[in-house]
Design a protein around this ligand. Sequence first.
Ligand code: FE2
Ligand code: FE2
Length: 290
Amino acid sequence: MADKEQIKKIIQAVQSLPTLPTVAVKVQSLIKSPTAGAAELAKVIEYDQSISAKLLSLVNSAYYGLSRKINNIKEAVAYLGTNTVSQLVLALGVIKTFEGEGNRGFNRAQFWIHDIAVATLSREIAKSEKRHKHPDDIFTAGLLHDIGKVALDHYCTEIFKPVLEAVEKEQLPFYKIEQKVIGLDHTRVGEWVARSWELPLLTIVTIRHHHEKPSARKGFSLSQDNAVDIVSIADWIAIKNKIGFSGSPVVEDPDDEIFQRAGITREKSQEIVRRVKPEILKAAQSMGIV
Ligand SMILES: [Fe+2]
Ligand SMILES: [Fe+2]
């Protein structure tokens, strides 16, 4: 049942969120600036040693499968491009903000593996037959789609606890349990967090709408519609194939309309998961998650 006091506490928690690591903030403004160059981007990233180290470890891991070793950030930017690197830095910055533990029933490592799986699958679907013009942007939207859950666990640990207890007993999708127990779900909390950090609009829209029926969406651009469709499918694939754990005991089958619009079949999605599954854990390892 909705509890106004609890919702007020959640809003207060979001209002007092710490800022993202400086490097992630700077990288975000660089992406928006049309004149920003590769050298400038590399300089900003190098300033944060821990994120630089994780970035190099990730680009040199089997996840990217590059044919040569990348020795420094400049090379990473030159080889992968400014947008890919910027999106990765943003992702690493957000993950860093949520370091530590919350409730015992919410396993952070498994949660991030779920998100890396959704990010990777989303990017692969976006790339396949050019379903979306910006696969790297879809990667970020996929990675952060459930950010509201970790924000609740991290900053509203006590409020989140009964949700996790109810999950043990009820066979419902996670967001429906959240709505029953606290009166709102992670899509709304995630949207607040994403707005307060000024994350990309595509990411904000995906966070907010990834559990909604397509008929509920209004005024979406084609790119936003496509991103939400793709991430919903990737979420379904990741949960069905038990890659990581998002906390949800069950998953709703996306509407046929979503598959049709994303131009992918359920069979084809299984083919993609078989191909990328082994790399997901390797990515989590190089990002320092497991
Ligand atoms: Fe979700
Ligand atoms: Fe999810």
